[in-house]
Design a protein around this ligand. Sequence first.
Ligand code: UD1
Length: 339
Amino acid sequence: MRVLVSGGAGYIGSHTVIRLADAGHDVVVVDDFSNAKPTVVGRLEALTGRPVTVHSFDLTDVDKTEHLFSHEPIDAVIHFAGFKAVGESVTKPLDYYQNNLDSTFSLLRAMGRHDVRTLVFSSSATVYGAEPSLPMTEDLPTSATNPYGWTKVMIEQILTDVAASDDRWRIAALRYFNPVGAHASGDIGEDPSGIPNNLMPFVAQVAVGRREKLSVFGDDYDTPDGTGVRDYIHVDDLAAGHVAALDRISHADDPMSIWNLGTGQGVSVLQVIQAFERASGRPIPYEIAPRRPGDIAASYADPTKANTELGWRATKTIDDMCADTWRWQSKNPNGYPDA
Ligand code: UD1
């Protein structure tokens, strides 16, 4: 297939581009580079051994989106593009709702006009809300604790309604748990701008000496060691899940499908620190800090539905995730170069 990957220059998008190419798909990327460096593209071309077509614009631009679909043959879309910082979404809710929803509307309308009806959407376990029962199964009710999370809930609802309106659609929403790790080459990885919001990139920057110490947000949760428990999933396993989902919806009859992508294993903040120390051979200095507002004690998937229906499962351990993050971080201490 010829697959349009929105946000294909970003962290999860770039790893998925490689997996798609490995599976024999042709890839077209659309990315506005608002949160990605153009230098990722040359690395993708080197790793895949072929040119990657890139369109650089913002999908909220309806005319440019229409122009793309009228000039590129496209069979399917994987939609990653969107704003994703939880804290920022609280201070700039309108930016988040407008950007994440308008880009999806623009994409869906262009897809409908050009009879492209196969779509994989980048959703999040954040849609299970503030007090999920564990492990999380796809049939739990959805809600959110911040505007970013609500955009995921809302887009899932929109996709469900679109799929119900016309049974030619084949749509999947993939609910990611906590993506970490990097490509085995160490040439593609997560490159957050500014101070990382998420645990793994922060730990990696402490290990490489860019930050002095980690703050552990709370050690009094109702978890085995008191720190937050999450289901970390290697980004390459996650990327493989997209290829499996695309394959499945292309051959299945259901207009709308939802799958959790996680390992099913909960790992605490202290366990991540220890695993990263083993992987890097460096100490990770940390201090216990107050809980971060909006955090939940524990989150982990029941991945049975994806395992069974997609024939997919996560294969990599937390040690693999830390080793690959460290390879990326130590080869690229300051992330991707500007040019
Ligand atoms: C966060 C978002 C989630 C989003 C996901 C994307 C919040 C509240 N949630 O998930 O909506 O889909 O990122 O990957 O931001 N931690 C520390 N110190 C740090 C950073 C994190 O102790 O400097 C702890 C957190 O308290 C948590 C765990 O590490 O227990 C993981 O945090 P993080 O990587 O930010 O992911 P989530 O909060 O699970």
